[in-house]
Write a protein that binds this ligand. Sequence first.
Ligand code: SAM
Length: 251
Amino acid sequence: MDYSAVFGNRATSYLGASERYPAIREQEIARFVDLLCLKPGETFLDIPCGNGLVSERIAPTVRYLGLDPAATFVDHCRNRNKPVVQASMRCTGLPSGSVDVIGSLTGIHHEADRLTLYAEWFRLLRPGGRLVIADVACGGEVDRFLNEFVNEWNSEGHDGNFLCEQDVQLVKQSGFANVLFSQLNHDWQAPTEIEMYDFMLALFGLDKQPSLAATQEAWRHLGWSKDREVCRLPWSLSVISAQKPEVATFE
Ligand SMILES: C[S@@+](CC[C@H](N)C(=O)[O-])C[C@H]1O[C@@H](n2cnc3c(N)ncnc32)[C@H](O)[C@@H]1O
């Protein structure tokens, strides 16, 4: 499936969800930004940046650049004065060694050829530069939610190729050192379940309109909980962090 076309079609609905409910992914974004350990003066590439939510958590002393293949997301960021380029993630056209840190949040699971992706990101980083990839863990509950529930209720389906041990090997094969695999545990949080449901219908493009009850049944497997103030959905991701060696041997 050509996911460039899918994201092109879905982008408006995805943007609407993020605009209406900016707080739902707050914990995820904050924890991801903590992992980046950005220092003043560093250049940070957010790839793919989507609607640029991560940029809102980055200190102004860091030079932020977003990249996304989809025009709708890029236009959205430009209209909000976020520095962004429209390009393929595996063929960015950016100069070699021009970036200190690359961060990728839930954006690689529709990329089949990961070796060329990681090789391009290796090229972009300066020696000593850092890479942090956070995406859905292969075989976990979020994988099942997306590839089963979303797949059933989005008329274009969902077939994610999620983060797994093979990605660790491919990152190493691309020349990276200090490659570590870890977990990013956080919740998506909404004031009510209706808001969480509405967010998901738009974010995931669930045009076949699952009922709230069917959606809650899928949430149950994720460990959904609610009290009077908050509807909480555990949404753990896997993380690969790595560093380009100071003396590069793979260029
Ligand atoms: C789930 S969003 C994540 C965006 C952002 N990192 C965030 O966390 O909000 C996925 C993004 O990946 C981009 N993307 C990923 N794989 C793609 C592919 N194969 N073709 C086109 N765009 C892709 C989409 O344009 C979209 O912006």
